[in-house]
Each structure stands twice: as structure tokens, then as C-alpha cells.
Ligand binder design. Structure first.
Ligand code: SF4
Length: 257
């Protein structure tokens, strides 16, 4: 038996969870979904803070990390350090089917055009994540309203029809300043060293540049492609047509009401 979950059906739970602190939201996710929940992290500082919060609260989660094959060495080193120092978490690295070199040989240098970037992000980010569709009912991310743009109205719970899972955003109401304060108070959060090298937002090296102090945080993402802001791995960034839904096990009904 399956349970059809819509945004409307989640509204009462949304209101309850929306009032909780991030660590309380993480505790609810773990109590509700257990091993069928995972944190998604690209090894930026917000993801590291989320992992630290879960680990130090004694909440064992899988941490899904998509290695596109064209990440900075510092990002992979951050993944390795996080796995070493967060004993309750299990870091799971997801990879594309083809190497970047093989993809380029077969399809050309995709990231230089807008259509090509969409295909490249689909092949190297969305497809590796899609390979674990069905393994998780809830994916926990780091989106915050104060990031603006498509994220300005993000709520604590959303739906991911492509993954047939809930998306959970414990930091939805947090600010950049809240994040700064958490990092300042917890020196053992594993922070990607690229942040201190002029990269407030970090992605694949062909599509990420440093950012000047007078620019928005994400100005260095796809700087060579006017109008591209997100890769699409987060449904919030894509927007949704119609009334999205996911189908979860009916045994979850009492917990999601
Ligand atoms: S960010 Fe650039 S290199 Fe990375 S997957 Fe997307 S288009 Fe390809």
C-alpha cells in the first residue's frame, strides 16, 4: 500500500516542523525515516554544518556526495576529512557513469553553452543521484530563504517527485549570519578551504570562479553563461508545474499527518 503525499497534505506537518530548531528537525527526520533518510552535501560550509549538527546530536545519517569528476581537490579532501571526523555518519559518494574525458569525447565540451550545461549537470549530478531513487524517503539539504532567488520561499518540507522522496530543509529560516555564528562556535566543523580562497559558493571547477566582495555569493557559478544560476539538483531551484506528489509507504501515514 502506498500513500500519496502532496504539498497540501503536508501543510499541518509543515507548520509544526517549521517552528522547530534545525537539530530538532533532524531528530524528527531520523525518528521518522531512520536509514531511509540521507543528508545531501556538496561539501560547502552549510552542508558541513548540517553534518556536524547531526553527528554531534548522535543522529546517524547517510551523507550523499555527488562527485562529478570535475571537483576541486579541496572539495574531495573535505569529503574525506568529514568521513574521518564524523563517526556517526556514512559518506556515500555517487559518480556519473562516464568520466568527464569520455563524456567530452562523445558529446563535446558541454558546459560552454546553456543547453550543454543542462545536459552536463543532468549527466554528472542528477543522474548519479537518481541512481539511488527508491533507497531514501527523505533527503535533507541546506537551502535557506535568505539565499534569495528561487530559494526565497523555501519551506522546511518539500516534494521531490524525481526522487520520489521528501526534501527537508532544516536551515530554511536560518540566515548567513546564523551559519557564521555556528561555524565560529564550532571549530571542529570541516570547512572546505576554498571558502577562504574567495569562493563563497563551490561547484565543479570548470563552472566556478572566485567572487569579488561587491558581488552576490553565487556570482562565480556559471559566470560564463548568462542567466544560469542553479544546476537543478534541488527541485526548489527548478520550480514545479502542476501539483507535484510523491508515493511513500502507507505505514508512514500516522507520522506525516
Ligand atoms: S557544473 Fe559545469 S562541469 Fe559540473 S556538471 Fe554542471 S555543467 Fe558540468
Amino acid at each position: 500500500m502506498s500513500l500519496r503525499v502532496t504539498r497540501a497534505s503536508l501543510a499541518p506537518l509543515q507548520a509544526r516542523l517549521g517552528a522547530l530548531a534545525p537539530v530538532e528537525v533532524l531528530a524528527w527526520v531520523h525518528a521518522t525515516f531512520g536509514a531511509r533518510a540521507a543528508i545531501l552535501s556538496s561539501m560547502q560550509r552549510a552542508g558541513s554544518a548540517l553534518c556536524h549538527l547531526a553527528d554531534r546530536a548522535g543522529l546517524p545519517f547517510d551523507v550523499l556526495f555527488v562527485d562529478t569528476g570535475v571537483l576541486h581537490a579541496e572539495t574531495r579532501a573535505t569529503r574525506d576529512a568529514l568521513a574521518r571526523t564524523h563517526p556517526r555518519l556514512r559518506v556515500v559518494t555517487l559518480e556519473p557513469a562516464r568520466s568527464f574525458a569520455d563524456q567530452t569525447r562523445d558529446e563535446g565540451v558541454l558546459y560552454l553553452s546553456k543547453d550543454g550545461q543542462e545536459r552536463c549537470c543532468e549527466l554528472r549530478k542528477s543522474e548519479p543521484l537518481g541512481a539511488v531513487r527508491g533507497r531514501y524517503d527523505a533527503l535533507v539539504g541546506t537551502l535557506r530563504r535568505d539565499e534569495g532567488g528561487a530559494r526565497a520561499s523555501v519551506s522546511v518540507l518539500d516534494l521531490d517527485p524525481a526522487m520520489n522522496a521528501l526534501r527537508v530543509h532544516p536551515f530554511h529560516a536560518q540566515t548567513a549570519r546564523d551559519l557564521d555564528l555556528y561555524l565560529a562556535a564550532n571549530a571542529d566543523v570541516v570547512v572546505n578551504p576554498l571558502h577562504a580562497m574567495g569562493f563563497p559558493s563551490i561547484g565543479c571547477f570548470p563552472c566556478t570562479t572566485p567572487v569579488r566582495p561587491d558581488e552576490p555569493e553565487r556570482a562565480g557559478r556559471w559566470r560564463h553563461l548568462a542567466g544560469v544560476t542553479y544546476c537543478g539538483i534541488n527541485p526548489t531551484d527548478r520550480g514545479s508545474a502542476g501539483e507535484p506528489f510523491v508515493e511513500l509507504d502507507a505505514s508512514l501515514a500516522p507520522l506525516l499527518g
